[in-house]
Design a protein around this ligand. Structure first.
Ligand SMILES: Cc1cc2nc3c(=O)[nH]c(=O)nc-3n(C[C@H](O)[C@H](O)[C@H](O)COP(=O)(O)OP(=O)(O)OC[C@H]3O[C@@H](n4cnc5c(N)ncnc54)[C@H](O)[C@@H]3O)c2cc1C
Length: 465
């Protein structure tokens, strides 16, 4: 069994730590933020300060893949989320009326998920990790750099621990970077003389405006969680303890959207969207929360088939993050945490093999979701920009459009679409299944009408008041 240091004690760092400790490893989590979660998860929304997570109060959906990995690797966590008031969601309950065959099918239970506001869910997850035998969580401790020892692979620096900003040194057989989208590990690598990792980063310019509300019951879902509506998209998410959120997002490039910071303008726009208007029928918890500057970023420790470092693993947003319109970050992070557990079990004594096996496993199990999201983001950003500028939008992706239209009529394709959205299977896997392409052709559905809501002219009028 090994000594493992996890840098970053947010959702993915905590779950990774708990999974590794269940295999008998001695795991220390170092979290820069000083405060732990309050005893009552429902109070975490207002009472928990998390400067280290800029998106702490932004809308989060815990997709079905998140629940599936929890159930496999951290038994009891889903029940704790439910006990904290998180909502149990059956996405098949929102099948469109155009699907005639509504009979349940084997595997339907896989689509269910349990979700809540990020602070509430995170408070449950971090407390569960703290209570796991073998996990020690130290808060208010910031990692500043890496320690090295004799190389395991010729010419490749080997990490043997971390140094904190207070100068403390902690030895480890493996250091896991779970410090999120603003990870400093490329600088840490440079400081130990490692070659640079493979890095991709791009800000497509999405900006999010969100209101949280509460009421005696969750709004009835009359449209998918995310609906593209010309130059904006509207996102409606269930929360915990009788709360939910409504988000309007578009491009920072579109200055008219800044008016959405005003709750009155935000409400005028959402009220003009028939399937989402009733999501405003509740007590607002806050004004409008805005966030932009969210990078698509991907980092890899294996360059041209060779590790740039050993003794270090990346999980969660430290490995890759996308603009969050698809809300997949936590699910992808859980896929990686699960993978890391298996890779550590097989390779802890073989640092070179560990880095390579993790890179290969990540490329197979997690990267398809990242690549799919980046491609979808590029298409949507180009469309939003063109509509805001009054220029012709680019042609939509024909396969995605045909799939979405056909999924509105075919129960198997609808489930396939949910699997893609809920991070259970990437599009390449769903499309490769026997019979799927035949169903697509058979459904032959023309693209549906645009969702009901304001066109660009009306949107600008609503924003202007
Ligand atoms: C607007 C928005 C909406 C989103 N919506 C969704 C959604 O609906 N569903 C979904 O699954 N995902 C969503 N995401 C993505 C999700 O927030 C991230 O994928 C997730 O937070 C990644 O978790 P993490 O544990 O890897 O990193 P983080 O949550 O970013 O945590 C990193 C932790 O590391 C700590 N830290 C940083 N530096 C150091 C250091 N040097 N030493 C010690 N500790 C350090 C920080 O304090 C923090 O606690 C959204 C993201 C944004 C921006």
């Amino acid at each position: 069994m090994g000594r493992i240091v996890v840098c970053g004690g947010s959702v993915i760092g905590s779950c990774t730590a708990a999974m590794l400790a269940r295999d008998g490893h001695e795991v220390t989590v170092l979290e820069a933020d000083p405060d732990g979660a309050p005893p009552n998860p429902a109070e975490a929304w207002g009472a928990w300060q998390r400067r280290g997570v800029a998106q702490f109060h932004q809308p989060h959906n815990l997709h079905a893949r998140f629940r599936e990995v929890c159930d496999a690797e951290l038994p009891g966590l889903t029940d704790r989320l439910l006990a904290a008031g998180c909502a149990s969601v059956d996405p098949l309950a929102a099948q469109p009326p155009t699907i005639a065959d509504r009979a349940p099918r084997p595997g339907d239970e896989r689509l269910r998920f349990v979700t809540g506001r990020r602070p509430v869910a995170e408070s449950v997850v971090t407390r569960a990790a703290e209570e796991t035998d073998g996990v020690v969580v130290r808060r208010g401790v910031r990692v500043a750099g890496l320690l090295t020892g004799p190389s395991a692979l010729p010419g490749v620096p080997h990490v043997t621990g971390v140094r904190t900003t207070d100068g403390e040194e902690l030895a480890a057989d493996l250091v896991v970077d779970a410090t999120g989208r603003r990870t400093r590990f490329p600088e840490w690598l440079a400081a130990i003389g490692a070659p640079p990792p493979r890095l991709e980063a791009e800000d497509l310019g999405f900006v999010y405006y969100t209101r949280y509300l509460s009421g005696p019951q969750q709004p009835v879902r009359m449209a998918p969680a995310i609906v593209p509506m010309g130059s904006v998209s509207v996102l409606t998410l269930n929360g915990d303890n009788g709360t939910w959120s409504v988000t309007v997002f578009g491009m920072a490039h579109d200055p008219a959207l800044r008016a959405l910071r005003d709750p009155a303008a935000f409400d005028r726009v959402v009220r003009a969207c028939p399937p989402q208007a009733h999501w405003l029928d509740g007590r607002p918890l806050d004004g409008v929360l805005a966030m932009g500057g969210t990078l698509d970023a991907h980092r890899d420790l294996v360059v041209d088939g060779r590790p740039v470092v050993t003794g270090l693993a990346l999980v969660g947003d430290a490995w890759a993050c996308t603009n969050p319109s698809a809300g997949r970050g936590l699910s992808i992070g859980m896929i990686q945490a699960q993978l890391l557990r298996a890779v550590v079990a097989a390779h802890l004594d073989d640092p070179g093999g560990l880095v390579t096996a993790l890179a290969e496993g990540t490329a197979a199990a997690a990267e398809p979701f990242y690549r799919d999201q980046v491609a979808a983001d590029h298409r949507r950003a180009a469309e939003m920009r063109a509509l805001a500028d009054g220029t012709p939008p680019p042609a939509p992706d024909p396969l995605a459009t045909a799939f979405a239209a056909a999924a509105g009529r075919d129960p198997v394709l609808f489930r396939g679409l949910l699997e893609m959205v809920l991070c259970l299977a990437p599009p390449s896997e769903v499309l490769a299944r026997p019979g799927i392409r035949e169903r697509l052709v058979r459904a032959g559905a023309p693209p549906g009408d645009p969702p009901p809501g304001p066109d660009r002219t009306r949107l600008l009028a609503l924003l202007a008041g």
